[in-house]
Design a protein around this ligand. Sequence first.
Ligand code: TRP
Length: 323
Amino acid sequence: MRVLSGIQPSGNLHLGNYFGMMKRMVDYQDHHELYCFIVNYHALTTLQDAKALRTQTLYAAADFLALGLDPKKAVFWVQSDVPEVTELAWILSNLTGMGLLERCHSYKDKIAQGLKPHHGLFAYPVLMAADILIMGGERVPVGNDQKQHLEVAQDIAEKFNRVYGEIMTVPEPDICAEAGILSGTDGRKMSKSYGNTIEIFCDEKTLRSRVMGIKTDSTPVDEPKPVKNNPLYEIYAAFLDETGRAELRRRFEAPGLKYGDVKKELVEVIRNYFEPFRKRREALVQDESVVLAILREGAERARATAHRTMQKIRKVVGIDYRS
Ligand code: TRP
């Protein structure tokens, strides 16, 4: 089974990225063929600062490697090192109805947040489909917010196969219901654009202030606390297994629990959880040559796969006019 997913380097990676995608990718690498990449072309839709894009790309790669992604087991690369993907996106554009893209929530949300509509934002799902189809991705672990984009990719793959013959593998989304909707500090979905994130590798002081800032309700101390729509519970629970979660739930539901105590505890939980990865991340950030070498090798492997797909595609669509 070929498992594939990409992550945007548009800001420092946070717990929503970690539980929604990164951790699950690392878990997959032992038993599946894994394709994992940093989508810097996609980041251009919202980030137009060359220096920031460059550093965020390297940070995202360092984060992933520090968190356990093993470049010997997985193909790990930066999207723009396989520029063929933009060629495929163009070919796919001609099979993608306007209506399909106009219905995309993610596009509508970004416009509603005040981003000026532009073609890159609108065409984002087509490039994403190209990412998946060029590598023959079969299963795609993503957060819940990407479900519709996966449906677009499926639609495009099916359309391609109807028009040009059965070439494309139709990808299956792999959405983890819990992880897909990790709450941010304000109770909405954790997302950079809401400013409600807790970053994976922030410093101690920032971590403390982010956790202390998690929105809580005004249930009196001697009453049971809700676990539903309670971001403090939800963020904490993401770090626990089933037994731990049942125990946490019991504590919330018993009178006497103080939110402030739980927050202090959560700071420690988050810090301890990421502590083993932190040193490795610092080393990778200090010496980017290691990261660059890993990415170069990943790019070669990814590009070989893309090249094979494109040879076939150019032929069936008639772009390869020489043969
Ligand atoms: N749109 C995805 C996100 O923001 C990132 C992405 C780009 C992706 N290309 C992809 C995810 C291909 C999976 C497969 O999370």
